[in-house]
Design a protein. Structure first.
Length: 319
């Protein structure tokens, strides 16, 4: 099997590349390395069945050098950060919508019938009801979420118009090793970094906002289940998550506990504008169609991640 993965040096992309290279599949990984990190895939660079392409999905020239006989595309490359999208919405739409259209056109012109598109739970906005199934209205308000709605609906259009076979994967929040822990990184990774540096977690708002977190190995399994499905289970969108909600306050407390830090108080600051207040996945569709079942619960995943940081922090951080 020959697979193209965009965003290959990113958090989830690097884990998927690793899995499929180990499985013996031929993997072409694209990343412009603006947010991805080559260290995430360094163990793959010498593998005969892995080819890394340092390029940008928005560049037309890229598509002239890609193989046309691919079996599947996993499209992860995106500008995924809410704050950055508010600062630079034009960049966000260029990458997330125009970049996705270029991938879809490449697939259409080369008759590639299996495409997995990384949508996001952020397309739903704050929950109108819980748990949130795939019929929940798409109510995102920030530019990132709206750009992903546009790309999500574009994929649906290509399914209906060209029978392309795009699976629209709406993962809820992910966490695990290799997640970015600075700047526009993931909140759990940022909390862990601060706590291990003896700095308190910073929470925007009162911390009662909730999320549904899935460990990265469960996300890899979710994508693999969709990739190997004979049908098109995500044609109209499919949720993946833990099916359990947790507050940001609880996450901060558990990070402090797992880092074995005593007497540390969380710092609360002004809330972010138009932040989603509640995300909680209904994963019954993925359970029914794909027998999806998360294997790593939140606290176990957090322990794994804290241990990983303790083992690799000398490589990751400059003190």
């Amino acid at each position: 099997m020959r697979i193209l993965i965009t965003g290959a040096a990113g958090f989830l992309g690097s884990h998927l590349c690793e899995k499929y290279v180990q499985d013996g599949k031929v993997v072409y990984g694209i990343d412009n390395l603006l947010n991805g990190n080559l260290n995430n895939i360094r163990t793959l660079l010498h593998k005969k069945n892995f080819k890394f392409i340092h390029d940008d999905i928005c560049r037309d020239e890229l598509y002239h050098k890609l193989p046309s006989d691919l079996d599947a595309i996993i499209h992860l490359a995106a500008q995924i950060h809410v704050d950055r999208s508010i600062i630079n919405p034009a960049e966000t739409f260029k990458i997330n919508l125009e970049g996705t259209m270029k991938i879809l056109e490449f697939a259409r012109m080369n008759d590639i019938k299996k495409i997995l598109f990384a949508s996001t739970s952020e397309v739903y906005g704050s929950a109108e009801y819980v748990p949130m199934d795939e019929k929940h209205p798409l109510l995102a308000k920030h530019p990132y979420g709206v750009s992903k709605i546009a790309a999500d609906r574009l994929c649906s259009s290509y399914n209906e118009t060209y029978d392309l076979g795009v699976d629209i994967i709406r993962s809820f929040n992910l966490f695990g090793p290799r997640q970015k822990d600075s700047g526009y990184g993931g909140v759990i990774a940022i909390f862990i970094k601060r706590v291990l540096q003896n700095k308190p977690p910073i929470i925007y708002g009162d911390g009662t906002q909730t999320r549904d977190y899935m460990f990265v190995t469960d996300a890899v399994n979710a994508y693999d289940l969709v990739l190997m499905a004979n049908n098109n289970p995500g044609k109209n969108g499919i949720n993946f998550g833990s099916g359990i909600e947790i507050s940001i306050n609880k996450i901060a407390d558990l990070v402090i506990k797992n880092a074995a830090i005593k007497e540390m108080q969380v710092v609360h600051v002004q809330p972010r504008p138009i932040e989603v207040q509640r995300l909680f996945a209904d994963i019954s569709k993925s359970q029914r169609l794909l027998k999806f079942k998360p294997q790593i619960d939140f606290e176990n995943g957090l322990r794994i991640l804290v241990d990983w940081y303790n083992n690799y922090k000398s490589e990751l951080w400059t003190y």
